[in-house]
Write a protein that binds this ligand. Structure first.
Ligand code: FE2
Length: 396
C-alpha cells in the first residue's frame, strides 16, 4: 500500500501513545458495557478495540511473510466495510458478539502490538505511511468509543455516567461577526509540509484547489444551549417554515422536540444527558447533538444560514473551534482531482461521497492533535449522536 504525498517518517512513540489512549478510554467500562450496541449506527466498544487492531493486522502485518494471525475468524468479525478484505459480520449485529470475550480482544491487541513493534523496527516507507493511516484511523475510533458508549448509556434507564468528573462551566461569550472579503481562496490540505503534527492528511482533504467565495460573515462562536432553547420556545420544532422537507418529515416521524439527550422532568425542568451524567443545561455551552436538519432549521429561524465548508475553512483562523463538530451547508463530495489512497485504503473515504454533509472543526471528544482546518468529517443529515453543533454565517 502506498499513499502519494504522505510523510516518510513517523514519530514512533505515537504508536504506543495512541494505542494506549484507546485502552484508557475503555478503562472506566465493564465487560458488559463494552459488549452492548444501542443502534445500527453505533458499535460496541469491544468491537472498536478489535477493529482498530484488525486494521493494523490486515493492512500491515498480514502483508509480511510468516505472520500468523491471532485468530483467523477475526478477519470476518472485525472487518468494517472493506469489500477488498472479504465478507464481514453485519454491522447492525455487532452487539451479538458476546464471544470473543473482552479479555480475548485485549489479548488480540497485545498480539498485534508485539508484531507491530517488530515491524516498526525495519518498516519501509510505504509501511510507515500505512502506520500513520492506522494511527489516525484509531483516533477516529477513539471519538466513536465515546459517542457510542454515550448513546448506549442513554438507552439504559439508569443513565450511568461515563465519568464522575464535574463538567466545566462555560463563561458567556458575546457573538461577533467575522467578515471575509470573499474572492479566490485555496481550500484543502497542502501536503506533508503543512503545519499539522506529522503532515498527515486523509485523501478526502485534497488536492488543494482554488474556490471562489462571495463576501460573507461568520459567527465567532457556535450557537449555545441558551440560544437554541429560544428556538425551541419559539415553536422551532412545530413550525414547518424553518425546515427542509426531509427534516420536517423526520421531526414528525420521530417526534423530535429538542436535541438528542435533552430531557424534561415531569415539572418541565430541563436536563441534558452527558458523559458526566445528567446535568442542568449550561446556557453558555455550545448546543450539541443536533442533526444537520436541526442546524439548518435553527439557522433559518435566526435569519442566517450555515457556512459552506469552503467559507468555514477560509475563515477558520478567525474563530475558535474544536468544541463541537460544526455542520456545514456542503455536501460531502470529492474535490477536483481527488485521488483515493491506494490499496485497501482506497475504500477509506471515496465510496462514502454521496448523501452526507460535511462537518468541520472537531469536538471535545476528538483526540488532541487529530483534527486540522482542512479536516472533513461527514455524516448523513439525520445523524445526531455525534458531538455536532451549529455555527452561523450570513452573506455580507
Ligand atoms: Fe474503521
Amino acid at each position: 500500500m502506498s499513499f502519494a504525498g504522505q510523510p516518510k517518517t513517523l514519530p514512533f512513540p505515537a504508536y504506543e501513545e495512541i494505542r494506549c489512549a484507546t485502552l484508557n478510554l475503555a478503562s472506566p467500562l465493564s465487560a458488559e458495557d463494552c459488549a452492548v450496541q444501542s443502534m445500527p449506527d453505533t458499535s460496541p466498544v469491544k468491537w472498536h478495540l478489535a477493529h482498530t487492531s484488525w486494521f493494523f493486522e490486515t493492512v500491515l502485518l498480514a502483508q509480511r511473510p510468516g505472520y500468523k494471525p491471532f485468530d483467523p475468524a477475526f478477519a470476518y468479525l472485525f472487518n468494517s466495510y472493506y469489500e477488498s478484505a472479504g465478507p464481514r459480520h453485519p454491522r447492525p449485529r455487532r452487539g451479538l458478539l458476546t464471544r470473543p470475550s473482552l479479555d480475548r480482544v485485549l489479548a488480540y491487541r497485545d498480539h498485534v502490538d508485539a508484531a507491530m513493534a517488530r515491524l516498526l523496527a525495519d518498516a519501509s516507507d510505504a509501511e510507515l505511511a500505512a502506520v500513520a493511516l492506522g494511527l489516525h484511523h484509531e483516533q477516529q475510533h477513539q471519538e466513536l468509543i465515546l459517542t457510542d458508549i454515550k448513546h448506549a448509556f442513554f438507552c439504559n434507564p439508569l443513565l450511568p455516567a461515563y465519568s464522575t468528573a464535574a463538567a466545566a462551566a462555560h463563561a458567556p461569550t458575546v457573538l461577533e461577526w467575522r467578515g471575509h472579503p470573499g474572492g479566490i481562496v485555496s481550500i484543502g490540505h497542502a501536503g506533508p509540509s503543512s503545519s499539522n503534527q506529522d503532515g498527515f492528511a486523509f485523501d478526502n482533504e485534497g488536492p488543494r484547489h482554488p474556490v471562489l467565495l462571495q463576501p460573507f460573515r461568520i459567527a465567532s462562536r457556535p450557537v449555545t444551549n441558551g440560544e437554541y432553547a429560544a428556538f425551541i420556545a419559539d415553536g422551532g420544532y412545530r413550525r414547518s417554515e424553518f425546515w427542509l422537507s426531509d427534516g420536517w418529515a423526520l421531526v414528525q416521524a420521530e417526534g423530535w422536540d429538542a436535541p438528542l439527550y435533552w430531557l424534561s422532568d415531569d415539572d418541565g425542568q430541563r436536563r441534558i444527558f452527558t458523559l458526566n451524567g445528567l446535568v442542568t443545561p449550561d446556557a453558555n455551552a455550545p448546543v450539541n447533538h443536533v442533526s444537520f436538519f436541526e442546524a439548518a432549521a435553527y439557522a433559518a429561524w435566526a435569519g442566517k444560514r450555515l457556512p459552506t465548508e469552503f467559507e468555514w475553512e477560509a475563515a477558520s483562523a478567525d474563530f475558535a473551534h474544536g468544541a463541537v463538530w460544526e455542520w456545514t451547508r456542503s455536501a460531502y463530495a470529492p474535490y477536483p482531482g481527488f485521488k483515493p489512497f491506494q490499496g485497501m485504503a482506497e475504500e477509506y473515504n471515496g465510496k462514502f461521497m454521496v448523501g452526507q454533509m460535511v462537518l468541520r472543526g472537531g469536538s471535545v471528544a476528538t483526540p488532541p492533535g487529530h483534527a486540522r482546518p482542512s479536516y472533513r468529517n461527514f455524516f448523513p443529515p439525520p445523524a445526531r449522536w455525534q458531538f455536532s453543533g451549529i455555527r452561523l454565517a450570513e452573506d455580507a
